[in-house]
Ligand binder design. Structure first.
Ligand code: SF4
Length: 415
């Protein structure tokens, strides 16, 4: 490996980290330097944003320890057979960079992932050393998210959780057959065992803290995972079902969906084109429905097309469900229970809470609801108010154009 300076390594390893979706975004114009390439840049040098346990949106330095890897996962730009420029940080270099960026107020934490060098355990040891040194040598109190290395010793993963706020283990693909085909060296059962152990450590850590204030914290921001969308034949139904199983079994905080993006020198087993980004968006919306709107996975899957198992791209899954199950509507805004109000397309959690508060002392009219929603046209066919009752719910084909989001007018100076 040619000698690279820190800046060159940072350029390579921050860029290589952008394929990981496990923190909310990577790249923004915020605090950018003039050409987007300076040390203060948040575009060129891998700053992503994540939500801290207290709800704050924080900036994280998002890098890989190395983009070399002994595995050959077909979808990964860092796989062994990939022809990319390689770089590697030492644990100390990552620590020094994190502290330097933190002191300059560029970041509030670190997101660290890695390819596998030498062995899974050796790589995991290096990752843990970064977190240990930050916490113990530098008394770093910022946020740390460590991605664990497949097949690393459970003891090392446990140590990671003692220093990191969040640990994550990628399931990568929604089906066992997809994993076997595209990441033959990874083992779905071992990945799930590691998640189970992390969950047990999180639960034990919380129990211990409840009894003894001085007990060590273990991954207080929980664990998360990532699934690649569109690299294999899995349908949205498969993905939603898998995500819900993961939430239930392993108490995950988040499942992240990452639309497969074609990589240079791609393996012939991969699709040539990326899936529509909207597909990723619809999966996040369906995830939201399960986590905050009390939809069961089966209900979300029912919103998908029966023949293809795919969620519609032109409307959101909540609207798709409402159109498909029109018999559940209209819902009376002045009488319906919270769980039914949450099913009305166009009404979010905040709007429903406001409705419940208001109707304690007066009955709501359509205008009242209109003030709580972006599109009253979307709400109207599904709702009864004091002064409003939809004439009759026409069939889905007739109703669709009425409730479809209107195309946005292009802004005057948009590119
Ligand atoms: S183990 Fe991780 S870094 Fe290595 S090829 Fe697979 S996905 Fe890429």
């Amino acid at each position: 490996m040619a000698q690279l300076d820190t800046r060159q390594k940072l350029a390579i390893l921050a860029d290589a980290a952008k394929y990981d979706a496990s923190c909310a975004s990577s790249g923004t114009a915020k605090r950018n330097s003039r050409d987007g390439k300076g040390l203060g840049s948040t575009e060129g040098m891998g700053i992503c944003h994540a939500y801290a346990p207290d709800g704050r949106c924080i900036s994280l330095l998002k890098i890989l320890l190395t983009n070399s890897c002994i595995f050959d996962c077909h979808y990964c730009i860092n796989r062994k057979s990939s022809n990319v420029r390689r770089a590697r940080f030492t644990a100390k270099e990552v620590v020094d960079l994190t502290i330097a960026f933190y002191k300059r107020n560029y970041i509030e934490g670190l997101f660290l992932s890695s390819g596998i060098i030498g062995s899974s355990n050796y790589t995991m040891e290096q990752m843990v050393e970064v977190a240990r040194s930050l916490r113990e040598d530098h008394l770093f109190r910022g946020y740390i998210h460590l991605k664990t290395i497949p097949d690393a010793d459970p003891e090392l993963v446990h140590r990671a959780g003692l220093f990191a706020d969040r640990v994550s283990i990628n399931v990568e693909l929604p089906t066992a057959s997809g994993l076997k085909r595209l990441a033959p060296e990874k083992d779905g059962a071992r990945i799930e065992t590691a998640m189970r152990e992390v969950k047990a450590s999180i639960v034990d850590g919380k129990d211990a803290r409840a009894k003894y204030k001085s007990a060590p914290r273990f991954a207080p921001a929980g664990q998360s995972t990532q699934m690649i969308v569109g690299a294999d034949a899995a349908t949205d139904g498969d993905i939603v079902t898998k995500a819900s199983t993961l939430y239930d079994r392993f108490g995950l905080r988040r499942v992240y969906y990452s639309a497969f993006s074609p990589i240079p020198d791609a393996s012939a087993v991969l699709p040539l084109q990326r899936p529509p980004l909207m597909r990723e968006h619809r999966l996040y919306q369906s995830d939201w429905l399960m986590r905050f709107y009390n939809y069961t996975p089966a209900e979300v899957v029912a919103a998908a097309d029966d023949a293809t198992g795919m969620l519609p791209l032109d409307i959101d899954p909540k609207l798709a469900w409402a159109l498909k199950f029109r018999a559940s509507f209209p819902v009376d805004v002045n009488r319906a229970p919270r769980e039914m109000l949450l099913r009305v397309p166009g009404l979010g959690v905040k709007a429903v809470n406001a409705i419940l508060r208001t109707r304690r002392w007066r009955r709501l009219r359509l205008d009242d609801v209109a003030r709580l929603t972006v599109s009253v046209a979307k709400v109207r066919p599904f709702l009864i108010a004091e002064d409003w009752r939809p004439i009759a719910l026409s069939d889905a084909a007739e109703l669709r154009p009425v409730v479809m989001p209107k195309p946005r007018q292009m802004e005057l100076f948009a590119a």
